[in-house]
Design a protein around this ligand. Structure first.
Ligand code: ING
Length: 312
């Protein structure tokens, strides 16, 4: 039995004025709780060091860059790595990455139990828009502030298991999970910041947002026989509510743990990586059942092409 006691460290709101140091203190409190609960791996949300700044149209490039990290670890985040190392806990958390070449990504890192970084993932699926939209009550400018990830969907060997990461909108795209599943991923960690704004569209109600988040994670877990740990940044950020509902999903698609609040909250579950074996060797034994000769459209085209050749 290859058991990893995993902590899903949901975080409540981070206000635009909150300094990284205050956020780091909250992360360390969650790490201490995780240590007491026997966790050996803790997953934090997407962009967990700052407010969800893509909701703002920011014209001053210096202010935009103030939301990004130019190195990792760095002075503000070093205390998190130090505490994780002291506890012997591996961590994964999301942050806005600015590379030495000046490129901008929405990134999630993973460390080993010594808090040494074993790998990073850069968000591929960027939702929203790139220009100011006057019709919206809040903006969603990830396509403005980030480039699509350029690392693909990597899987890392860590703590005697195959682990991959996704970020937020990625969880809605089955291709993302399958890219990890085809590398044998047994654990998929993802953070999210999902606005539950005041849209009049019933499909965008808070309850539907929560339903679609769970549906996507449960499907991804079940269809790739992997554990999925989905961790929210939740709560009301400067008047803009974010969806909570962090969950730990088992390889059979059932929810093993679920957050009850929209604040800082640690979920804990002992995840047996060998529990992925049944699905991977029966229903989702990819090598026995997949028929790739029929899947050409999935990577051959981006949008809809109708049978009569017209494009959606
Ligand atoms: N946020 C949202 C998400 O995919 C979104 C964007 C919300 C898309 C609701 C569709 C519906 O959860 C991020 N950061 O991707």
């Amino acid at each position: 039995m290859r058991e990893i006691v995993i902590g899903a460290a949901q975080m409540g709101a981070i206000q635009r004025a909150d300094p990284r140091e205050a956020v780091v203190d909250r992360m360390i409190t969650l790490l201490d709780q995780a240590k007491s609960a026997g966790c050996t791996l803790v997953v934090f949300p997407e962009l967990c060091l700052t407010t969800f700044f893509p909701r703002w149209y920011i014209e001053d490039q210096a202010e935009v860059d103030s939301w990004f990290e130019t190195e990792m670890p760095n002075p503000a985040t070093q205390p998190v790595f130090d505490r994780a190392r002291a506890h012997g806990i591996a961590i994964s958390f999301g942050y806005a990455e600015k590379t030495p070449q000046g490129r901008h990504f929405n990134t999630q890192l993973l460390t080993d139990a010594r808090a040494d970084i074993v790998g990073t993932y850069r968000k591929v699926h960027l939702p929203g828009h790139s220009e100011f939209d006057p019709e919206r009550s809040f903006q969603h400018l990830e396509k403005r502030y980030f480039e699509p990830g350029d690392l693909g969907f990597p899987v890392f060997r860590n703590m005697d298991a195959w682990m991959g990461m996704l970020i937020c909108n990625d969880r809605r795209w089955p291709e993302a999970y399958r890219e990890l599943g085809l590398q044998g991923a047994e654990l998929i960690m993802l953070g999210y910041n999902t606005p539950i704004g005041n849209s009049q569209n019933p499909d965008e109600s808070p309850s539907m947002r929560a339903f679609h988040s769970e549906l996507s994670c449960q499907a991804g877990a079940y269809q790739n026989a992997a554990w999925v740990v989905a961790v929210a940044k939740a709560g009301d950020e400067d008047g803009h509510p974010l969806c909570a509902g962090s969950i730990i999903v088992a390889p059979d698609g059932t929810i093993a743990a679920k957050a009850q609040t929209d604040g800082d909250e640690l979920l804990v579950h002992a995840c047996d990586m060998d529990a992925t074996e049944f699905g991977k060797s029966t229903i989702f034994d990819f090598k026995r059942h997949r028929r790739i000769e029929h899947y050409g459209r999935i990577t051959g085209q981006t949008g809809v092409i109708y049978p009569d050749g017209t494009k959606g």
